[in-house]
Ligand binder design. Structure first.
Ligand SMILES: [Zn+2]
Length: 248
C-alpha cells in the first residue's frame, strides 16, 4: 500500500515521502523507528512537500525531541519507551504503531486495516500516550480474552457469572465465590498456552474454591501440562513489555 519515494539528502529535517491510495490529504507521521514520514495521496504535488514539512517544524522538533530524550536516557525499545510495535502473543496479533501529532490536547487511538494502530493528538505527551494505549489494550482484551474464557466455560459447562479484564500488578486472574472471574490484561502478552492455563485455573475454582488435591485433578482434566504451566507462570512477567510494566 505504501511506497517509499525518496529520503531527501541534505535536508534540514530528514523525511520519507510515501504515496498512499487510501490517503485523501497529506499528513505527517513520526515514529521512533521510521522518523518523519509524509503520507500523500496519489496525485499530490510533491513540490509542495518541503513547504508542508517546514510549516510543521515546531511540532516535528517537539515530537522528535521527546523521542531523542527517551533514547538518551538509555531507554531502548525493550525498555519503557513508547512502542513502535505491539505483539499480543496471547491472542495472536501484531500491531504497528505510529504517532501523529496535531493541536488537540488529548490522544486518540485509531485502528487501520493491516493491524496498524495510530495515535494522534498530543503524542509528545508520553503519559497520555501510555494511558491511551492502555485503554486500547483493555478494549482488545475485553473483546478477545473475555470471549475466549466464555467459550471455554460454555464448552465445559462452567457457570461463570461475569468476566472482567483489569490491569493488575501482581495477579494474573481471580475468581470470586459469586462466580465472577477477573483476568489481568497483561495476559495479552503471554504465550497462548499460558493464557489458557490461567483461564482453566480460574474456571476450576468455580468447582473448588481452594488449591486442594481435588482442585488440581480437576485442572489436570483440562490442562494435562498444568504443573509445567504453573511453574512457567512464575517467570511470565518478563513477557510484559516495559512500556506497560513501567506504568504499574
Ligand atoms: Zn488459584
Amino acid at each position: 500500500m505504501f511506497k517509499p519515494l525518496h529520503i531527501p539528502a541534505g535536508s534540514d529535517i530528514p523525511y520519507t515521502v510515501r504515496v498512499s491510495r487510501r490517503a485523501r490529504y497529506a499528513r505527517l507521521r513520526i515514529s521512533p523507528h521510521d522518523g518523519l514520514i509524509v503520507v500523500v495521496p496519489e496525485h499530490f504535488d510533491k513540490a509542495s512537500v518541503p513547504g508542508l514539512v517546514e510549516s510543521r517544524r515546531a511540532w516535528i522538533e517537539k515530537v522528535q525531541g521527546s523521542f531523542d530524550r527517551r533514547r538518551l536516557s538509555g531507554i531502548s525499545d525493550n525498555g519503557s519507551a513508547l512502542p513502535a510495535t505491539i505483539e499480543l502473543a496471547g491472542i495472536g496479533e501484531s500491531w504497528q504503531v505510529s504517532y501523529r501529532g496535531d493541536g488537540r490536547a488529548r490522544v486518540a487511538v485509531h485502528e487501520f486495516s493491516g493491524n496498524e494502530l495510530q495515535l494522534s493528538g498530543a503524542v509528545h505527551d508520553e503519559a497520555r500516550c501510555r494511558s491511551a494505549l492502555e485503554a486500547w489494550l483493555k478494549r482488545r482484551a475485553d473483546l478477545q480474552l473475555a470471549s475466549q474464557l466464555e467459550r471455554l466455560a460454555s464448552i465445559h459447562g462452567f457457570p461463570v457469572a461475569s468476566v472482567s479484564v483489569r490491569k493488575q500488578r501482581s495477579r494474573w486472574g481471580s475468581c470470586s465465590s459469586k462466580g465472577r472471574i477477573s483476568l489481568n490484561l497483561k495476559l495479552l502478552f503471554l504465550p497462548p498456552l499460558l493464557v489458557r492455563y490461567i483461564m482453566v485455573h480460574e474456571l476450576c475454582h468455580l468447582r473448588h474454591m481452594n488449591h486442594s488435591r481435588r482442585y488440581w485433578s480437576e485442572v489436570a482434566r483440562f490442562d494435562p501440562d498444568y504443573a509445567a504451566h504453573d511453574r512457567e507462570m512464575k517467570h511470565a512477567w518478563r513477557f510484559v513489555p516495559g512500556w506497560l510494566a513501567a506504568a504499574g
